[in-house]
Design a protein around this ligand. Structure first.
Ligand code: HEM
Length: 175
């Protein structure tokens, strides 16, 4: 029979998780001070990246043509313009980094047992899923061959659920 008190096991787990994270973050300790180490601000950095992705997203949306026949050419035209091309780049890099930082934040929360704050954990998981969904739909907006393939595969995945009709996947085939 295990005689270790529950609270002690819990503390041991916390210490191991924290120790592992501290070892990992000390790599950056050579470059950053403890206060400026990005690994101690994963949630804050994610919020900042989300804000940048939304502001740049609203900007590129002004020049984006929602008609599927013209979507790709409108994205191409943006890349051909110096400033709009930069805004597209900012949108892409901020959204990619956002996903990376959210995953790091999730792993940090798991290994340091912070998921026990249930409300924060549940809201974090919901935010993560929403960001992944916005990312996939954003990727489809470009409407090139890669985007159509991602759209087709996502629609196929969703059509396994009884609330979605399998014909939706057909929308991603070329006319
Ligand atoms: C108010 C919020 C947002 C708006 C209005 C918006 C709008 C757009 C538009 C119009 C495009 C297509 C044009 C282009 O590719 O340059 C796009 C692409 C994209 N968006 Fe967003 N977006 C928003 C937020 C986000 C967020 C939070 C993410 C984070 C995951 C995201 C991820 C992407 C990705 C991955 C692309 C494809 C970029 C590329 O390959 O060029 N977007 N978005």
């Amino acid at each position: 029979m295990n005689t270790t008190p529950l609270t002690q096991t819990h503390n041991d787990e916390q210490t191991k998780g924290h120790q592992f994270f501290q070892k990992f973050s000390s790599f950056f300790g050579k470059i950053y001070t403890t206060e400026s180490n990005p690994l101690y601000h994963l949630g804050g950095i994610s919020v900042l990246l989300f804000t940048i992705a939304c502001i740049s997203g609203i900007y590129v949306f002004i020049f984006y043509n929602i008609n599927p026949r013209h979507a790709w050419s409108s994205v191409q035209a943006m890349s051909g313009n110096f400033f709009n091309g930069w805004m597209r780049t900012i949108h892409r890099y901020s959204s990619d980094l956002l996903v990376i930082f959210m995953i790091l934040h999730l792993v940090h929360t798991l290994i340091t047992s912070k998921y026990k704050r249930l409300l924060s954990w549940v809201s974090g998981i919901i935010s993560f899923l929403i960001v992944i969904l916005i990312g996939i739909t954003g990727f489809m907006l470009v409407w090139d061959q890669k985007a159509k393939l991602v759209g087709y595969l996502t629609a196929r995945l969703f059509s396994t659920l009884p609330i979605f009709d399998p014909s939706i996947a057909g929308a991603f085939f070329d006319e």
